[in-house]
Design a protein around this ligand. Sequence first.
Ligand code: CTP
Length: 430
Amino acid sequence: EKIFHNVHDKMISCLPREIYNLLKTFGQFGDEVGLNVYVVGGFVRDLLMDNPSFDIDLVVERDGLKFAEHAAEKLKATLVKHDKFLTASLFFNGRRVDVATARIEYYEAPTELPQVEISTIRKDLYRRDFTINAMAIKLNHKDFGLLLDFFGGQEDIQNKKIRCLHTLSFIEDPTRILRAVRFEVRFDFTIEEETERLMREAIHQGYLEKVSGQRIRQEFEKIVQEIKAVKAIKRLAEFDAIKRTFPGTFYTATMEEKLRALFDFLPWAEKHFGQVDRFYSVMFVLLEYHNEQLLNEIKERYGLSLKFLQQLKLLKKMIIPLSQMIKLRMNFSDIYKVTHDISPEGFCYIASYLEPDDQEYLKQFLERVSTVKLTISGKDLIDKFGLKPSKKLGEILESIYCAKLDGLIDDSNELEYVKSLIESASSNSR
Ligand code: CTP
């Protein structure tokens, strides 16, 4: 495959009109301010793999901020600049476009201008993670659609390889260890041999522990969003990267089963609850056997919430009896009484202990809890039945709710049930 190669035809055939036009427009803005503009990274990779994605990352030579200001004005976009990093983000039409600067290093600039240009974008691409992510397409009118592939990205796509660009890649940025696995599993590629060796060496030398927890967490959050997340976690474990990332976590066959069950349950749970934090739901499984001290270290490192730690503590005690209750198909009301304080992520953790049939029962339970409503209120009990505000009142309401959960009563006989409850309560107290 050639270093320079025009992919205009592919852009026409693969990209939605809107995206194609937007890229043209960015090229034109570049021409207007006299700067070279490229679309880079994942966008180029996905286009060449005939599976276009629409997150646009631009690199502008010499002065990305000047370009971004001009583009913002023309598009009436909101501009957020990070002057320190010479980067900016444009927000318009519900879209976000990131702009970075590739600086010319003057002391190295040869006299011929075209060569300066090439070395500038080339250097920017050379700093990136993998060959498949290190290609650019030029957008300026004259060269619109020109692919720049200095490091064999096209060939690696052909051969399905994840390959880093230089021997220090994982040392400079250890989060790339997680990224390599993420892309390998997502695309069904193979990490190239020398790259794998460099990865193992960086892991072995403790580089995962040298990065900030925040950056590791960001990459791990992306992994749990992947369709083949369990496969990716398993692969990370093969690299010893799980125990390096979460000290005290040992990947086992049982853990893998739990993760599979969890990820089988998650799509349903996300629909049911509106949203579920996948990261935290996985943390339950990875951290369930940790002692207080290890847990605290991990909490500090990854900024885990207090609410999560409380849930974990609670569920550690309850997970076995609770999953047993579900397996035994105990009444919804019995389950309800012990699951008041469990978060959506906590329920997903419970699901990780369950076989498909038992997960179905848990779904029915959650479905029922969210649809059953009382027609009577505490105020009704006071106004109509002359009860005094008290703890008892809440108990009566809960009894009614539980009877409804179990299907003993429905809206039509709720009131009768209330009367019988109050009668028996007063006769008991006599
Ligand atoms: N990049 C890198 N090293 C990193 C993170 C990012 O070199 N640690 C570069 C890569 O060129 C990558 C680009 O920045 O393509 C954008 O990164 P990101 O948005 O995280 O990933 P994408 O490649 O766009 O992948 P995804 O499809 O997951 O968004």
